[in-house]
Design a protein around this ligand. Structure first.
Ligand SMILES: Cc1cc2nc3c(=O)[nH]c(=O)nc-3n(C[C@H](O)[C@H](O)[C@H](O)COP(=O)(O)OP(=O)(O)OC[C@H]3O[C@@H](n4cnc5c(N)ncnc54)[C@H](O)[C@@H]3O)c2cc1C
Length: 396
């Protein structure tokens, strides 16, 4: 495992940092933006921000050059990600395209699909959502029942998706449909790309516990999808779906947010008085902070090991599942510690003028709990690690 950055990588970090100092949006979008409920004006500004990052050459650095990337190793991308969080840059609005469907298309898409979709992902011209979960098909995703029947050169899609993040403003959906209902459940599934403006699609926002419309129900009523939007082979979409899940779990388990949360928790503990002294000097709370910091460090070394593996072309193994399990739970535990540190103030929301740390923590506590569930719950990650990594018997 390589624990050090090279001098070129250190210079690259300085260059990214200087660019961010000069180019961060000056109003409105600054700050660590976990906000899921975006109005049109915010959306436009977030798209403009993504385009600026792309023009500077800091987007999708590991993608091949012919699709708008820089063909660089993933270390550079992780440096950019870290610096973005450090600088409190706005989140990238096209994140699901850049981190999930884009890499999937690079591996599984045909040339026409790559040329058609990848540039628009990077330029934030098309925002994507993920149509996997259904009522009755969440953890057991392969039970999905949204049906697609091939009629000539088109699929006719009927059914329902649920918890579809961003569908209320997405232009495109990567979607799992059942194309052979008689095959065993992991077969007979296909991976299709659906234009969200196609007639027959109804999107109904769902309000999350944060009070925002982050995800949606999506209904398909005789929605016609061109056959050329099939990714991979007919009825063999399960492998394509898993490629996307691999990328999703890496994205959700990223350590950059975790480090930022730890630093913010330490600052809160230093400024919060308990029993006549800062909470950071309370022996019990210090134990808690030490425990969390040890977990953050362990996660950091895990990330460095994966970067080393990926540079050396080694199989990442179950790293993505460990990232998702440990990273999302750690973020939520950091937020829980902050909530306990704040006592009664933890009940004050972001818009309350008495809220500590501008109400960041109650929102983060709720939001981070969602990420423990989204992308596959912790129980499911543990099952996968146990079965595929530790070779334990399958759960029933
Ligand atoms: C914030 C958020 C955003 C999301 N965004 C999207 C999105 O954009 N697109 C999308 O398709 N989906 C999305 N989802 C859905 C998400 O993928 C599912 O919620 C998740 O896979 C769990 O499925 P479920 O909700 O149906 O719960 P269930 O599968 O019904 O699980 C209920 C409980 O049972 C446990 N459980 C189930 N099976 C097992 C087992 N075999 N062993 C042990 N425990 C088990 C689970 O861990 C959970 O605690 C999102 C969810 C959240 C919270």
């Amino acid at each position: 495992m390589d624990l050090n950055f090279t001098s070129e990588e250190a210079a690259f970090r300085r260059q990214v940092r200087a660019w961010l100092d000069d180019n961060l949006p000056t109003s409105g979008l600054r700050g660590f933006d976990r906000n899921a409920d975006r109005d049109q004006s915010t959306l436009n500004r977030l798209k403009a921000w993504q385009r600026r990052v792309q023009e500077a050459g800091y987007l999708a650095l590991a993608w091949p050059k012919e699709y708008g990337g820089q063909a660089m190793d993933p270390v550079r991308q992780s440096i950019v990600n870290e610096e973005m969080v450090r600088a409190k840059a706005p989140a990238l609005i096209g994140g699901m395209g850049i981190a999930m469907v884009g890499p999937t298309l690079i591996s599984w898409g045909d040339d026409e699909q790559k040329t058609r979709y990848l540039p628009k992902i990077l330029a934030a011209e098309e925002i994507w959502c993920q149509g996997y979960s259904e009522p009755g098909a969440g953890s057991d995703l392969a039970s999905l029942r949204t049906r697609a029947i091939l009629e000539g050169d088109e699929f006719v899609v009927n059914g329902q998706k649920v918890w579809t993040s961003n569908a209320h403003f997405a232009d495109m959906m990567f979607c799992l449909v059942r194309t052979d209902p008689d095959a065993p459940k992991h077969r007979g599934i296909s991976y299709v790309l659906i234009d969200m403006k196609t007639p027959g699609i109804t999107v109904k926002p769902l309000v999350q516990m944060t009070g925002e419309r982050g995800f949606n129900e999506v209904f398909f009523d005789n929605v016609r999808v061109p056959r050329q939007n099939l990714v991979g082979k007919l009825n063999e979409g399960w492998m394509v779906a898993n490629a996307t899940l691999f990328h999703e779990r890496n994205m959700l388990g990223s350590t950059t947010t975790t480090r930022m949360l730890l630093n913010r928790l330490k600052a809160l503990a230093a400024s919060t008085m308990r029993g006549g002294r800062p909470l950071a000097q309370d022996p019990v709370f210090r134990q808690r902070l030490a425990d969390l910091e040890i977990r953050v460090e362990a996660m950091n070394y895990h990330m460095l090991r994966q970067l080393t593996d990926s540079i050396r072309g080694r199989n990442p193994g179950l790293g993505a599942w460990v990232n998702k399990l440990v990273g999302t739970e750690l973020n939520h535990d950091l937020a829980t510690a902050a909530m306990e540190a704040m006592g009664d103030y933890a009940t004050l929301a972001r818009d309350d003028r008495h809220a500590l740390d501008r109400g960041f923590w109650p929102y983060e506590w709720m939001f981070s709990l969602g990420l423990v569930i989204g992308g596959g719950t912790s129980h499911i990650q543990k099952n996968i690690i146990a079965e595929r990594g530790l070779k334990l018997p399958k759960s029933r």
